[in-house]
Design a protein around this ligand. Structure first.
Ligand SMILES: Cc1cc2nc3c(=O)[nH]c(=O)nc-3n(C[C@H](O)[C@H](O)[C@H](O)COP(=O)(O)O)c2cc1C
Length: 192
């Protein structure tokens, strides 16, 4: 059964999740070693629902997330991701695509703002995955055109982000980090 049809109303289940939001944010880490077992289908349905509910400019929802689990297709995608063969360990590789709307929404990003929409949805995806005990790693190093050819992605879409998805192999994959700038460096009041 496809993940997308597993639950009639996954949103209701999202409401009943018990993992606290800030705990999710604090302990999400990029995961680079995976167990081979498939994600729980109900957990997957909730994660995908978190993607579906993401905000986007003018509510255009220009996203399409392609879940790749076929081993040949997965290897084709991973081969484009620089020297990152470890990605193939995950049972699923997620390819997030954005429709190039061709219309300028205003602001200096103009018709590139689909990159923002897909990045927001991808962030909801990685946080929801962490809440479900599933590991992800945002992969920015990939070949757009090669993946488009391999997965039959239409011309008016581009790949924006890729991530492995699966249960982490390492016991302490999720943990807090001190590898961040102090708040005083990144936030100011009234002027820069
Ligand atoms: C846009 C973007 C692109 C990234 N590309 C890669 C990548 O190609 N390979 C990789 O191993 N990690 C990649 N990362 C993960 C970052 O290295 C990681 O988020 C950062 O070091 C902080 O670590 P943390 O995610 O564990 O908190 C990327 C992250 C972002 C946001």
């Amino acid at each position: 059964m496809p993940f997308t049809s597993h639950l009639k109303n996954p949103c209701t289940l999202i409401m009943s999740r018990i993992m606290e939001f800030y705990e999710v944010v604090k302990t999400r880490r990029s995961v680079r070693t995976f167990r081979p077992d498939e994600p729980d289908p109900e957990a997957m349905a909730r994660v995908l629902e978190a993607v579906r509910l993401s905000p986007s400019g003018s509510n255009r929802q220009p996203w399409k997330f392609v879940l790749v689990s076929d081993s040949e297709k997965k290897a084709e995608v991973v081969a484009t991701c620089g020297r990152q063969a470890w990605i193939d360990e995950a049972p699923i590789v997620v390819v997030a695509c954005g429709r190039k709307t061709g219309s300028n929404r205003g602001g200096y990003m103009g018709d590139m703002s689909f990159l923002l929409d897909i990045s927001i949805a991808f962030t909801q995806f990685i946080l929801a995955a962490r809440a479900e005990g599933l590991g992800t790693c945002w992969i920015g190093d990939f070949e757009n055109e090669t993946i488009k050819g391999a997965l039959g992605i239409p011309e008016d879409y581009d790949v924006v982000a890729v991530s492995p998805l699966g249960y982490p192999e390492a016991e302490k994959a999720f943990h807090e980090t001190d590898r961040r700038k102090p708040l005083s460096e990144i936030v100011s009041q009234e002027k820069f």
